[in-house]
Ligand binder design. Structure first.
Ligand SMILES: CC(C)(COP(=O)(O)OP(=O)(O)OC[C@H]1O[C@@H](n2cnc3c(N)ncnc32)[C@H](O)[C@@H]1OP(=O)(O)O)[C@@H](O)C(=O)NCCC(=O)NCCS
Length: 167
């Protein structure tokens, strides 16, 4: 476990900081060949996703929590509202060198608490079928597998699994 970790909800005013985190994670994943869970992603897609306008929209429409260690952001988890009843974990990522230390669990606990406070009764999450680490993580958090599908991400067809949790 990591004692000096700070988790907080990041707001639109820190869009640049969040954008830098995503870009850094993308660059490091490419350099180290580690799995980010974004098969369809390309430099162009990441560039678009991390543009100021898009990031500001993401941060205003979702509840995004970040993990900070000694002043540096090392991961995030996002809660997207699908309806008044249902939410989606719209991404959870921890920098590879900080994985396995309980940071993902802490980020998820913040999402869970926010979902409960918002009165949601169900959380879902979609992840790639071959992302065994993520599936194992979500099952440990209490999710159950409810289905499979094929989704198109920027032209690439990806096999995904859907997991759900009643709140
Ligand atoms: C999935 C992810 C967020 C987990 O974050 P983390 O900080 O490493 O997770 P934790 O240390 O809190 O682990 C919690 C539990 O997840 C499971 N888990 C974590 N890493 C695992 C691994 N390598 N293999 C199997 N299970 C694993 C375990 O059950 C673990 O509990 P334990 O420590 O009691 O065994 C992280 O691996 C990650 O960022 N992966 C890349 C991005 C990604 O695939 N995101 C999901 C799809 S969007």
């Amino acid at each position: 476990m990591c004692s000096s970790i700070n988790i907080y909800r990041i707001g639109v005013d820190e869009a640049d900081r969040f954008s830098l985190l995503v870009k850094t994670m993308w660059r490091e994943a490419k350099e180290t060949g580690s799995l980010l869970g974004w098969s369809g992603a390309t430099d162009e897609i990441i560039e678009e996703l991390t543009s100021k306008d898009v990031v500001q929209e993401i941060l205003s429409q979702n509840m995004v929590y970040v993990a900070e260690i000694e002043g540096n952001l090392v991961g995030f988890a996002a809660l997207r509202f699908l309806s008044g009843e249902e939410g989606e974990v719209a991404g959870i990522m921890v920098m590879e060198r900080h994985t396995g230390k309980g940071i993902g669990s802490k980020l998820f606990r913040n999402v869970l608490e926010a979902a409960r406070k918002a009165g949601l009764s169900r959380l879902i999450v979609k992840t790639e079928k071959d992302n065994h680490r993520a599936i194992s993580f979500y099952k440990k958090m209490g999710f159950k597998l409810i289905g499979e599908s094929v989704e198109k991400t920027s032209g690439t067809e990806v096999d995904i699994v859907i997991l759900s949790m009643n709140l």
